[in-house]
Design a protein around this ligand. Structure first.
Ligand SMILES: [Zn+2]
Length: 334
């Protein structure tokens, strides 16, 4: 079949892959093309119902069009439980999606102000794990929300990010930001911590990044990654066809940005531990968490209350058992 030139260059190029955590090629399908397409429809319907009729279309787009394309097909590794896209988009496609976004300064400042309070919990947790002041690097520093929260508790963090315009904004707030990826970063002395709160699951090569973190850390230094929990996604997808359980599962997934799985990898505690072990780290601590609140002035009142209730219940379960958490933070030591 012939496609116009335009379409050929814009459609993602896929390749078959295997588990990046344990190397196994044995996997079980958890969502095929049709199942993912139905989730995309559910996501539109979910947010359409919860936003006021006067909502500007771009605010709806923020909620349904993530920087990552929906997967073509999702599988779960038989050996370690990693949830991953198979086939997967080629890495160069991924870079172009992220590096192209060019938001306005006003929007970036708004994002910074919204994200700073949410990052205070992470900054405090990391401070407790380190037990003292220290220096670190944050990969995916974006608008500097965590950099600012870290500064408040006496941690000196520098950012690493690929988007030049966003980096210019973050530097204007008084932070050092390295342009590019962690593999290309050079520091004068080894750091106490490397944190990846947002992008580890979206990196073309998570293991390469974990290796780079190892190289930059001092012995005893802490590597922490926060990722969507593939184990919970796979479990909730498994009950999707049951009437009541399916409806509750969709609520839990949608309120935590897991519906349509807009991520490259769905790490589980087991698969991430395996990957970090192979790099040389020792996992010391895991925290379960929910996504930060996403309701805003466009959200209907009942929907904001629903979101609070869902996150309260899930947050309670998550702290008791991180395996059931929508998001997990894994702390490892060099
Ligand atoms: Zn595996």
């Amino acid at each position: 079949m012939h496609f116009p030139r335009e379409m050929e260059t814009k459609s993602p190029a896929y390749e078959l892959t295997q588990c990046i955590a344990c190397g196994s090629g044995e996997s079980r399908e958890i969502a095929d093309f049709e199942a993912v397409r139905r989730e995309v429809e559910l996501l539109w319907e979910f947010h359409g119902k919860r936003l006021r009729p006067s909502t500007p279309p771009e605010r709806l787009m923020d909620r349904v069009a993530f920087s990552e394309h929906p997967p073509f097909r999702l599988v779960e590794c038989e050996r370690c439980g990693l949830v991953y896209r198979n086939p997967i988009e080629r890495a160069y496609e991924l870079d172009s999606i992220y590096a192209d976004a060019t938001p306005s300064r006003e929007l970036l400042q708004g994002l910074h102000d919204t994200q700073l309070p949410a990052y205070r919990a992470q900054a405090r947790r990391l401070w407790r794990v380190l037990g003292r002041r220290g220096a670190g690097l944050e990969v995916g520093s974006y608008v500097g929300g965590f950099l600012a929260a870290a500064r408040e508790v006496g941690l000196h963090f520098e950012g690493v990010d690929i988007n030049p315009e966003v980096n210019a904004f973050t530097r204007s707030l008084g932070f050092t930001v390295h342009e590019g990826d962690l593999e290309s970063v050079d520091v004068r002395s080894p750091v106490d911590a490397v944190a990846i709160w947002n992008t580890f699951d979206q990196l073309p090569d998570p293991r390469g990044t974990a290796n780079a973190a190892w190289r930059l850390l001092r012995p005893g230094g802490v590597f922490v990654v926060r990722v969507p929990n593939g184990e919970l996604y796979a479990a909730l997808r498994g009950v999707a066809s049951r009437p009541l359980a399916g409806a509750l599962a969709r609520l839990a997934l949608a309120h935590n940005n897991l519906l349509t799985f807009p991520y490259r990898y769905g790490f589980t505690i087991r698969s991430l531990t395996r990957l970090l072990d192979r790099v040389g780290f020792r996992v010391t601590h895991v925290e379960g968490d929910v996504l930060v609140p996403i309701a805003d002035e466009w959200t209907r009142r009942w929907a904001s209350m629903e979101e609070r209730m869902v996150k309260l219940a899930l947050g309670f379960a998550a702290r008791r058992s991180p395996r059931r958490a929508p998001w997990i933070e894994v702390y490892a030591q060099k």
